[in-house]
Write a protein that binds this ligand. Structure first.
Ligand code: SF4
Ligand code: SF4
Ligand code: FES
Length: 368
């Protein structure tokens, strides 16, 4: 009889890393509690009245913020009002502000909101309290529910369908789908609009979601009215009103990256000759100054951008002058270091321009 084989020695287990010793994340079986501070509100006599209210909620590793809100509604306060439907990051209903950022409640784990999760770009809750509030830049109806009519009106304003016209391509390449695919993932959750810094200053700005959708039609080879679209999008409240803060890229739960779409629309507008507006002029003067001087000729930049509209900025200019913040006009500047390299980069880009419209692998702020 053959001798029995000795069982193989068990491989030594790698030591388990503790992510945060002071505040360990819950395991599936271990339930803990988290404190939620919810900004509640209702309209009284035509005026929004808001107050914060705290709730203590049990959670484990799988509990989402949406489940926590449902637990509060079922067990503690049935009047808590919020939207939700799919619970699977598909319908876009549960957009709200969690720890100061636009997020989907059904996609945000309580443990991540509490302790942070760098991989998901989630910062830990301040003072160990998860804050939840309604989306910004939209009128609040009750508690966490906002009026999404303005948001949908912005999307309607960009004519969200393919139009017939002379610019429609006769043959549609399969690859062209890659250009519209990214923005087609939008679930209209409003998180980008909620975090948009330009919207705070100008509620009439079309906003990231509507402009991303506009790009989807400009990039569609079947679209017959591309130049006219670019012309309309270049007007006030359109593509040139974006401050390029990239908050919409951070906020989007579906990787749409609206700011990248806006930058592509800007490049497309200039390439199509839609340049008779302050935004396009500013971009072109900026590029011209950098390519020639390696530095901006700021006093003249404003004049070249705004033309006669510069007269409206005289008050601002005097204020800047008073506090010594008006830079010297060129050529009173010193020649900047590295000017030859800057010129070489621009010369190379002239010879081999980057086709931002077909650069599918964009990622990160400023890409495209
Ligand atoms: S990058 Fe532009 S569209 Fe996006 S959040 Fe900032 S201002 Fe708004
Ligand atoms: S672009 Fe992203 S964040 Fe904005 S509405 Fe669409 S899915 Fe939501
Ligand atoms: S409930 Fe549908 S996206 Fe969250």
């Amino acid at each position: 009889m053959a001798p029995k084989k000795k069982p193989a020695a068990k491989a030594a287990k790698a030591p388990v890393k503790t992510v945060n010793k002071a505040a360990p994340k819950p395991t599936k079986s271990k339930q803990q509690t988290a404190v939620f501070r919810i900004l509640r509100g209702s309209v009284v006599g035509g005026k929004l009245v808001q107050k914060e209210q705290e709730f203590e909620v049990p959670y484990d590793a799988s509990t989402t913020v949406l489940l926590a809100l449902e637990w509060i509604k079922g067990e503690l306060d049935g009047t808590l009002t919020f939207r939700r439907s799919c619970r699977a990051s598909i319908c876009g209903s549960c957009g709200m502000v969690i720890n100061g950022k636009g997020r989907l409640a059904c996609k945000t784990k309580v443990a991540d909101a509490l302790y942070g999760n760098a991989g998901k770009n989630i910062a830990p809750a301040k003072d160990g309290v998860i804050t939840v509030g309604p989306q910004r830049n939209q009128p609040v109806l009750k508690d966490l529910v906002v009026d999404i009519t303005p948001f949908y009106n912005k999307v309607k304003a960009i004519v969200p369908w393919v139009q017939s016209g002379a610019e429609a391509a006769k043959h549609v390449d399969k690859d062209s789908f890659s250009q519209v695919n990214m923005v087609s993932n939008c679930i209209m959750c409003g998180s980008c609009l909620s975090d948009c810094t330009a919207m705070v200053e100008n509620p009439d700005f079309l906003g990231p979601a509507a402009l991303a959708k506009a790009y989807r039609f400009v990039a569609d080879p079947r679209e017959g009215s591309k130049t006219e679209r670019l012309r309309e999008l270049s007007e006030k409240n359109g593509i040139w009103d974006c401050t390029r803060c990239s908050m919409c890229i951070d906020a989007c739960p579906k990787g749409v990256a609206p700011m990248e779409a806006i930058l592509k629309l800007r490049s497309g507008a200039i390439a199509a000759g839609v340049t008779d507006n302050a935004g396009a002029r500013h971009a072109m003067v900026f590029k011209g100054d950098m390519a020639r001087w390696g530095i901006l000729n700021e006093p003249f930049m404003l004049l070249k951008t705004l033309r006669t509209g510069v007269l409206g900025q005289i008050g601002n200019a005097l204020n800047l002058l008073r506090v010594g913040k008006v830079p010297n006009p060129l050529p009173f500047h010193e020649r900047p270091q590295g000017l030859d390299e800057v010129k070489a980069i621009y010369a190379e880009l002239e010879r081999n321009p980057i086709d931002v419209q077909t650069k599918a692998a964009d990622s990160g702020p400023g890409a495209g």
